[in-house]
Write a protein that binds this ligand. Structure first.
Ligand SMILES: [Zn+2]
Ligand SMILES: [Zn+2]
Ligand SMILES: [Zn+2]
Length: 293
């Protein structure tokens, strides 16, 4: 595990192209693998000791203080996905022309075409299939009866899509992904074509951008920027993600339920809070003694 300063150095080198993304990831080590986070290094402990305040930022108590993070770094894989989506979006917005033969090849390589049955007379979709009666099919629209429905040939469908992406015939999800077994229409086949293209062409850039975001996040985490010193009691009795800086003193934290921190409350209200806390404690003690806790 790299120290805080080593991480900042690594980020600088990567930004200035002094090292490649591959080298950066290697230097970073195994921690990229999900779930493996060994923050508790000596460097971390030393820096934490400097940052932790001498009283709870919620109730001002000085008993058993801990440092709590108010935000946590995301996984590298999450950043990767985010950046890939951005690149795909830009590619799609640029509306590039795809040669029809290239698109057809892609669609047939990655998907199975499951054509929609049509009435041979009026080309209405999905004629009703009959179990006993012959002929087997009956069109719900023109009432025509027949043995075999007709299908749009895949090349014809793709040609239709190229003429008009909004045509009714091309809206059906009749392409089944060979890899994921889910169904797509031609618009979403095109989306994935462009997305795969964009991520292939920009693979290195995407990797680097995602890794830099990930590094930023981890550096911020290790900087203890988004942390709060609390006593053990406050750490367990408040949802720490609902804490914010007190608007009055701008030093202590407070729960979003309250207007200010404890220190900034008028004396009367402080007394009230203390009294109700004491009352709650007494009740707990009584319940414990009576064993109805
Ligand atoms: Zn406290
Ligand atoms: Zn019909
Ligand atoms: Zn305050």
């Amino acid at each position: 595990m790299l120290t805080y300063n080593e991480l900042i150095e690594l980020r600088e080198k990567l930004i200035n192209n002094e090292i490649s993304i591959e080298q950066a990831k290697e230097l970073y080590g195994n921690d990229l693998k999900e779930g493996k986070r060994s923050w508790h290094t000596k460097d971390w402990k030393n820096r934490k000791a400097e940052i932790i305040k001498d009283k709870c930022e919620i109730c001002s108590s000085t008993e058993v203080l801990t440092l709590q993070h108010l935000s946590h770094p995301k996984k590298f894989a999450d950043y990767l996905l985010e950046v890939k989506r951005t690149y795909a979006k830009n590619q799609i917005n640029s509306n590039p022309e795809i040669e029809i033969s290239v698109f057809r090849k892609y669609a047939l390589e990655k998907y199975d075409y499951l054509p929609i049955p049509l009435c041979p007379n009026c080309r209405n979709k999905n004629p009703s299939e009959r179990v006993r009666k012959m002929p087997k099919y009956r069109c719900t629209d023109c009432k025509c009866e027949f043995d075999e429905p007709v299908y749009i040939e895949v090349n014809e469908l793709i040609s239709l899509f190229y003429k008009n992406v909004d045509a009714i015939e091309v809206q059906d999800k009749c392409f089944v992904s060979k890899k994921w077994r889910n169904q797509h229409n031609l618009s979403s086949v095109k989306y994935w074509f462009l997305r795969e293209n964009a991520t292939e062409i920009n693979a290195e850039k995407i990797e680097k951008e995602a890794f830099l975001l990930y590094l930023n996040d981890n550096i911020k985490y290790l900087s203890f920027e988004d942390t709060i010193t609390t006593c053990k009691k406050c750490a367990s009795s408040y949802d720490l993600f609902n804490m914010e800086l007190c608007p009055k003193c701008k030093t202590n934290y407070k729960s979003i339920e309250f207007k200010t921190c404890f220190d900034c409350l008028p004396e009367e209200q402080q007394k009230f809070v203390l009294a109700s806390r004491e009352f709650a404690k007494q009740m707990r003690d009584i319940n414990k003694r009576l064993d109805i806790d």
